[in-house]
Design a protein around this ligand. Sequence first.
Ligand code: LHQ
Length: 259
Amino acid sequence: PVLHEQKDGYSVITLNRPDRLNAFNELQHQQLRAALDACEADAGCGAIVLTGAGRGFCAGQDLSDRDPTLIGENPDLGKTLETFYNPLVRKLRAMPKPVICAVNGVAAGAGANIALACDIVIAAKSAKFIQAFSKIALIPDAGGTYWLTRLVGEARAMALALTAHPLPAQDAADWGLIWRAVEDDQLMEEATRLAEGFASGPTRAYALTKRAVHAASTNSLDAQLDLERQLQREAGRSDDYKEGVSAFLEKRPANYRRK
Ligand code: LHQ
């Protein structure tokens, strides 16, 4: 249920259960995890594009899954989160290269929040983001309450979570929930352009940038300034920095080698 294509310098990972709008079952989790691990370990991979096959991006947990931890007398959804979703969210956030989510269609439940865990989210104009959880008497998970409150503020976060309002891609972009909404037929072109740019860019600097940006929402200014100093020191010692400055002074494109 997951396709992993290796391109020149980046990977495209496609959730591929289109008849279920790419809802997650255990195998899709396992294969996505394996694909992300492979990308992380591959020095030739400078960026990842995550997208979905068919008309949806991802409808969250597969609600037709008969696993007794999901349904039955005494389900333990916490176990499902601990085993599958929470490690996935942590893996996407900690991935030391940019992850672009190309949201090709509806992103519902944990599917919406997995998209928001990625570094840059672009969505087709026909896509919608739905915090579907309240419809089935659950709370937003896979980081939903964290992303929503930070990205769009508590007023909008609360209404999205309580009402399960389907938020169109353009509104999501206007609200700052995602980077950009694009015409449907431009989605993969845009995502590819971004990935190609990252593939020839300074990978290490991107990883350090992710760490700094992630820390900012919970750090004090003093702690954040200290962190920036530490990470910039590290960036400044890289071959990529030397190359970036030389290329600038010589008025030529930089030739980064992912160091
Ligand atoms: C589905 C699903 C789906 C199975 C569409 N499962 N088949 C974490 C941890 C532990 C436990 C629980 O949950 C979680 C996190 C979660 O993600 S909970 C939230 C789960 N997701 C949802 O509640 C969304 C359910 N889906 C929908 O509300 C709709 O399908 C949306 C609004 C996403 C799309 O609506 P439509 O465009 O009208 O499509 P559709 O409903 O006709 O779906 C197409 C097919 O996909 C259909 O099957 P069928 O055999 O009738 O063609 C659906 O049953 C199936 N499908 N989502 N989550």
